[in-house]
Ligand binder design. Structure first.
Ligand code: ATP
Length: 619
């Protein structure tokens, strides 16, 4: 057969993606393909070259060894004496960084040891040695040892252990040898080099290590797997398929097969080798991909849960997702929730949603708009009254909203509007879960979950003495701040999509779609009235649109709030008004709402100041 020649065997085996080594029964290598050479570093591509040679007295030796005696040709403290290191504390398994002069007295070595039971991530030494800048880093985490000499780096990766070394010439101080992958195969272990063994040259012109015909033990010394390999070649009957084996410090996955001739006599053995470090990398990448996938799935599940849990709360922005997550947590506890946000941001629907998802969802949800009920009535509304408590009262007395909400939720909307007097009573209910009806002498006990909401800044109200500090801390247990719509414009489109058909249905109009220009206009707007304003603007647009599409001309916006940045055209008066409004707001913010300080800073009279607040609707 024409292919049955050595040249073709090499050609074909070099095509394999696994390493293949075949030896005869005399342990001579018959096949050693390219991949095997790559795995064991025999064909290692070397960027930096040096000539062949041998270590000489006076040469400077730099060592980085992560585990003494493990993969450095059995280096020990005795062997290190050639560098002037006499230290019997150095034991097998310790990490060592050492710089010293080979077989020449006069200059003390610099070295450090890290005992084998250390827990360090890195081990470093940086020094100037005979005017040469030298740094050695053993990175245990990423398994890499780097020796740096005058900014030139020599790095070696390892799986279990390596003995890394760089030698500088005595006279020229130039690098004459550095350790690289495959040193076992080249018989260039750290210990051997220090014992005066010749080393090969590296780089483009260096000789290629020809392994065919060589004894397998010359290339792979002291490996149990290779010993077994040889025994099979001699006649022993063992074979295995894809087992994890370590060969000269390289973790591999091996398949060992006997090779017999036509008469079934053993003539050798074949070893197929896969690079585990490669497999490990693939497994790690797969694990990372799986983890990412899990994260995405979890996120998706969370999004689905949130969507299902709060179907009425529209918004896919990260800010709104966060709010929904908080709301989900809030619905699982019974603590008091404080919802903060500008008018129309959705505080009420969020409060309802929290109730609807709590375990008391079948119990009452009582919405009290504290700002809408006159203060003198609010107390009797909230706590009820006894027979004949006051003129105009019902004869039989009346249950208050707290009693009506028993076992369920009471939603105290606009809590910032209640009087100081009532705040004291409210505090008592929150503390004792009991209260007196107006005109009553007996305590009424209730079990109510309280959700409060306000568009006011309660901290400012507190500093102005309008809101009690103790009540504030009582209700601010679980705060949820809904951001204004202008800060989450991504929510506009999904909101429009949900709101449009709802309004059309409500006002019995045929369903309408919205044009891209109209949406663009909505995106430019500042939304001082938030989602409620969006609902109103859409309702008006539906009424104005004759056809079934809402165009930009149907959208009526408060012109002052349109962001004119894009075309820059704006009447001067409007520009001045906008500027004035922003200037006042900025100063107010700076003084955290302190009006006195703000008007002083703006250098305007009290009357003008309040006039402007009213004009620009600043609270
Ligand atoms: N995320 C949202 N998804 C769907 N509709 C929303 C959303 N946010 C607000 N809305 C709608 O906008 C309108 C105003 O919302 P809501 O009454 O809850 O606001 P609010 O913050 O309580 O306002 P105020 O402070 O003026 O009482 C309601 O019709 C509500 O359904």
């Amino acid at each position: 057969m024409i292919f049955n020649t050595e040249g073709y065997v090499k050609k074909f085996t070099d095509m394999m993606s696994e390493g293949l080594i075949v030896i005869d029964h005399e342990s001579k290598i018959q096949i050693y393909n390219e991949k095997a050479k790559e795995i064991f570093g025999i064909n290692h591509v070397q960027q930096i070259s040096h000539d062949r040679g041998v270590i000489k007295p006076g040469d400077i030796v730099i060592i980085g060894d992560n585990s003494i005696g493990r993969d450095d040709g059995n280096l020990n403290s005795k062997a290190l004496e050639c560098l002037g290191i006499y230290d019997n504390r150095i034991e097998k398994g310790d990490a060592l960084i050492a710089i010293g002069i080979f077989n020449e007295a006069g200059v003390s070595p610099v070295y450090e040891i890290l005992k084998s039971n250390h827990l360090e991530r890195t081990f470093k030494l940086k020094t100037e040695f005979l005017d040469i800048e030298i740094g050695v880093v053993i990175d245990f985490l990423n398994k890499i040892i780097t020796i740096e000499v005058d900014r030139q780096k020599f790095s070696m990766n390892y799986i279990n252990a390596i003995g890394h070394m760089v030698i500088l010439d005595k006279e020229t101080k130039a690098m004459k040898f550095y350790q690289s992958q495959g040193y076992t195969a080249r018989d260039e272990s750290l210990n051997n080099i220090l014992k005066g063994k010749k080393y090969r040259g590296k780089g483009q012109d260096s000789e290629i290590l020809n392994v065919i015909g060589k004894d397998i033990f010359e290339i792979h010394r002291g490996s149990k797997t290779i010993q077994e390999f040889y025994e099979v070649a001699k006649g022993k009957n063992i074979s295995y398929l894809e087992e994890f084996k370590e060969i000269n410090g390289f973790p591999t996955m091996c398949t060992l097969l006997p090779v017999n001739d036509e008469e079934n006599n053993r003539i050798g053995a074949a070893l197929k080798v896969e690079d585990i470090s490669e497999i490990k990398r693939v497994i790690r990448e797969r694990d990372e991909a799986l983890q990412d996938l899990e994260k995405i799935e979890k996120q998706l599940k969370e999004e689905v849960i949130l969507k299902e849990t709060f179907p009425k709360i529209i918004g896919e922005s990260t800010k709104m997702e966060h709010i929904k997550k908080l709301a989900l947590k809030a619905s699982r506890t019974n603590s008091t929730v404080l919802i903060l946000g500008e008018s129309g941001t959705g505080k009420t629907i969020l409060a309802k949603a929290i109730h609807e998802n709590s375990k008391n969802k079948d119990k009452p949800f009582i919405h009290v708009n504290c700002g809408a009920i006159p203060d003198n009535l609010l107390e009797s509304e909230l706590f009820g009254y006894e027979k004949g408590a006051f003129t105009g009262a019902k004869i039989e007395g009346k249950k208050g909203l707290f009693e009506m909400a028993n076992e369920g939720t009471i939603f105290l909307d606009e809590i910032g509007d209640i009087s100081l007097n009532l705040q004291v009573k409210l505090l008592q209910v929150l503390q004792d879960k009991s209260f007196y009806r107006v005109g009553g002498t007996e305590k009424v006990k209730v079990n109510v979950r309280v959700i409060a909401a306000t568009n006011k800044n309660l901290e400012i109200e507190m500093t102005e003495g309008k809101f009690r500090e103790d009540l504030y801390y009582r209700i601010n247990v679980f705060p949820v701040l809904i951001p204004p719509l202008r800060e989450r414009k991504e929510d506009i489109y999904p909101l429009v999509e949900t709101i449009l058909p709802k309004i059309c249905k409500k006002i019995e109009e045929e369903s309408k779609r919205i044009s891209a220009e109209a949406i663009n206009l909505l995106m430019k707007y500042n939304w001082p009235g938030n989602v409620r304003e969006l609902e109103n603007i859409l309702e008006r647009a539906i009424n104005l649109a004759e056809g079934n599409t809402i165009l930009s001309k149907h959208i009526t916006l408060n012109i002052k709030e349109v962001d004119y940045n894009e075309d820059g055209m704006i009447p001067l008066r409007e520009a001045m008004n906008n500027f004035e409004k922003k200037a006042i707001e900025r100063v107010l913010n700076f003084y955290k709402g302190d009006k006195k300080k703000a008007m002083d800073a703006l250098k305007i009279s009290k009357t003008t100041f309040y006039e402007k607040l009213r004009k620009y609707n600043i609270e």
